[in-house]
Design a protein around this ligand. Structure first.
Ligand code: TYM
Length: 331
């Protein structure tokens, strides 16, 4: 059985992009795989986080993941910082990965922006820590959105170089699991940008905790173009905002874009947006309700994390100890 690992940064309220691109797949995989899911607080501090806020966001993230259907009995749900093996393996990987590889990472370029000198060193080696998250457990399947593809290729390069340098066959190859529909949910304000929990504009995204009224308003205000919806998918070419809304509808309704257009094509965006808001509210309202209930029960959330960390540590320790032995460490 393949072991699955994935992570999410507690740097904001999870969005519809996180849900459709990753979390719903995390939930689906629980029944057929051994799954580990972590709230990646080490990654979060690669850009400064207010400590009280980080703690609150981490707990809220756990609550949201549970509300989405992650079952802490089936899956190992934990905070990355509670399993020190990640950081130990990440250091080894810092020494395996080449600067040239990191220089090609497009997410670093995007996140560091123009003033690269001012970015933290942690942001630069961020992908090495991601590789460590996965290889710490010998996980081989990684459910993510499309934006993580390049990082996962790097994780394979690092594993291959480690195996080669130390003359072993220790770290397995990993495969991304990227859902074909909604692999990249775009901003509601700009169809060329990814929907992101850290976008300054709240209007650009649907948060998993938004109430029905907020969802309806954001969808109504979502950027579109003056044309009607096409009746066939070819008609979406060059119309990124229209395509995004159709893809979101399709992913939520569990149908393909062609079926959405068969039902809604030829009409203006007004009625389509109303239908989309309805699907969104039906799907997200129970998640928001359950998140609110769970956030109020901090003791329960901390208990879930404690149990998850114990299980994760038990799996991680022998693997990372062996990596350290292979490298030549005495302990
Ligand atoms: P993060 O926190 O940015 O996002 C969590 C997951 O949600 C997916 N995602 C999206 N999918 C589709 N459309 C979008 N607009 C969208 N926005 C986000 C992401 O692809 C991701 O799967 N580096 C990772 C966290 C991480 C990780 C790992 C993932 C740390 N260690 C190990 C996998 C394995 C990140 O920042 O995700």
């Amino acid at each position: 059985m393949h072991r699955v690992l994935s992570g999410i940064q507690p740097t904001g309220i999870p969005t519809l992009g996180n849900y459709l691109g990753a979390i719903r797949n995390w939930v689906a995989l629980q029944d057929s795989h051994e799954c580990l899911y972590c709230v990646v607080d080490l990654h979060a501090i690669t850009s400064f986080q207010d400590p009280a806020q980080l703690r609150a966001m981490s707990l809220e993230m756990v609550a949201t993941l549970l509300a989405c259907g992650i079952d802490p009995e089936k899956s190992v749900l934990f905070a990355q910082s509670a399993v020190s093996a990640h950081a130990r393996l990440a250091w080894i990987f810092n020494c395996v990965a080449r600067l040239g590889w990191l220089n090609r990472m497009t997410q670093f370029k995007d996140k560091a922006g123009k003033d690269r000198e001012a970015a933290s060193a942690g942001l630069y080696v961020y992908p090495n820590l991601m590789a460590a998250d996965i290889h710490t457990y010998h996980a081989t399947r990684v459910p993510v959105g499309d934006d993580q593809r390049q990082h996962l290729e790097l994780a394979n390069d690092i594993a291959e170089k480690f195996n080669h340098d130390y003359g072993v066959d220790f770290f397995p190859r990993i495969e991304p699991l990227i859902l074909p529909e909604a692999a990249r949910v775009m901003s509601l304000r700009d169809g060329s940008r990814k929907m992101s929990k850290s976008d300054p504009s709240d209007q650009s995204r649907i948060n998993l905790t938004d109430d029905a009224e907020t969802i309806a308003l954001k969808v109504r205000r979502a950027k579109t173009d003056p044309e009607k919806l096409p009746s066939e998918t070819e008609g979406l070419a060059g119309r990124s905002e229209a395509r995004n809304l159709v893809d979101i509808y399709a992913a939520l309704a569990g149908i393909d874009a062609a079926s959405v257009l068969r039902a809604h094509g030829g009409r203006g965006f007004g009625p389509f947006k109303e239908a989309l808001a309805e699907v969104l509210v039906t799907r997200l309202a129970p998640i928001a309700r359950e998140t609110r209930r769970l956030v109020a029960d901090e003791g329960y959330l901390l208990g879930v994390l404690r149990q998850g960390a114990a299980r994760a540590n038990a799996l991680a320790e022998p693997i990372v100890k062996e990596a350290e032995r292979l490298v030549g460490f005495l302990s």
